[in-house]
Write a protein that binds this ligand. Structure first.
Ligand SMILES: Nc1ncnc2c1ncn2[C@@H]1O[C@H](COP(=O)(O)OP(=O)(O)O)[C@@H](O)[C@H]1O
Ligand SMILES: [Mg+2]
Length: 353
């Protein structure tokens, strides 16, 4: 061990835990590296103790930065998550425990798609706002852990707080309660969101967020048929899934694979939404089908599920989403917003939202 490492560990040994031990003796200091005047390490904390451990991390940083020759200490806190068991075992365990209802949440609906960029998040955000306008108490969980876009679409930038260090208070805008990894991951203090930890994060967002009493929780899924979809369907009782597709993507194997997986996991397909369905010229009103038309209706018929809505391809929808106020909030009486509101009214009418 270099003299530097020894000096650093000695300094860190002064950081005491409530138990009387210290962070070095307790084995919490991992992956320590020293490069010039820069020290980096991972502080492995017990799950659910982030709020309690933050002052210790800050004290450790202050101590190190006070040492001669050390200019900067970068400390990342992480909580261990059990490694994922093999898929067969996971499936068996899930069967044994079965998907559970979320306490206080009447309905959970996933918004899914075969691939990215088809407008899943746009549909989820607008549908959430439209359901809130119908008088429903609505939560939106951005489960696209790889590319969270709901904070931007819903115009939410703050960070959720956790006064008790155990539960997380979500944020609200446009009448919708939102939780997203995009709201939690700040560079230096964020947990490291990778592999099994992502699944832990999803679980945390489902179970540890104080959603309050909700009539409906919409879950904006990442594209495809990965672990997030599996975890969600295995742990949480879903009332169903809405599958979003563009007309030209619907015949793609991805969409069918996505639907097949949801069905296999026992998630009812509530129906399909054709997004970017028609294009109405904003200058002359001429309507055209840029990506073809009717493909999603045909696919819906093929799989025996209803076509729930056809959402036009429209500049206003994109600008509103990118600007932090979905079109249903920004221009509630526009034809585009009406398409989403009709979808919301239909789900309410059918008793699923
Ligand atoms: N109906 C639409 N008209 C115009 N732009 C849209 C429409 N639906 C989605 N977009 C835009 O397409 C991009 C991808 O949409 P997004 O909802 O993020 O897709 P996904 O969640 O499936 O990846 C976004 O910039 C969004 O604003
Ligand atoms: Mg998305």
């Amino acid at each position: 061990m270099s003299a530097d490492r020894a000096r650093i560990l000695a300094a860190l040994s002064a950081i005491r835990l409530p138990s009387g031990s210290d962070i070095v003796a307790a084995g919490m200091v991992r992956a320590l590296t020293v490069e010039g005047g820069k020290v980096r390490f991972v502080l492995e904390i017990p799950a659910g103790k982030a709020a309690e451990m933050t002052p210790l991390r800050d004290a450790a940083r202050a101590r190190l930065e006070a040492l001669e020759g050390i200019d900067e200490a970068q400390i990342v806190m992480t909580a261990p998550v059990a490694a994922a068991p093999p898929p067969e075992l996971r499936a068996r365990r899930a069967e044994a425990s079965g998907p559970q209802p979320l306490p206080g949440v009447a309905h959970v609906i996933a918004v899914a798609s075969g691939k990215g960029g088809v407008g899943k998040s746009t549909v989820a955000a607008n549908l959430a706002v439209a359901l809130a306008a119908e008088g429903r108490r609505v939560g939106l969980l951005d489960a696209d852990v790889y590319g969270p876009s709901q904070p931007r679409m819903m115009g939410i930038t703050g960070r959720p707080s956790s006064p008790d260090g155990k539960t997380i208070l979500p944020l609200r805008n446009h009448g919708v309660t939102l939780m997203s990894i995009g709201l939690m991951a700040a560079e230096d203090e964020a947990l490291i969101w990778r592999g099994p930890m992502l699944m832990g994060a999803l679980q945390q967002m489902l179970a540890q967020v104080q959603w309050g009493a909700l009539d409906i929780l919409l879950v904006d899924l990442p594209p495809g048929t990965g672990d997030v979809q599996m975890t969600l369907a295995q742990k949480t009782r879903l009332d169903g899934a809405i599958v979003v597709s563009t007309p030209q993507d619907v015949a793609l194997i991805d969409v069918r694979k996505g639907i097949a997986m949801l069905r296999k996991m026992g998630v009812p397909i509530l129906g399909l939404v054709e997004n970017m369905s028609t294009h109405v010229c904003s200058k002359c009103g001429h309507e055209e089908h840029l990506f073809g038309h009717g493909g999603v209706a045909a696919e819906a018929k093929r799989i025996g599920a209803p076509l729930l809505a056809e959402i036009p391809l429209d500049l206003g929808i994109r600008l509103a989403g990118d600007g932090g106020a979905p079109i249903v909030a920004a221009q509630p009486d526009s034809a585009q917003a009406r398409a989403f509101r009709a979808l919301a009214a239909r789900l309410v009418g059918e008793g699923v939202a």
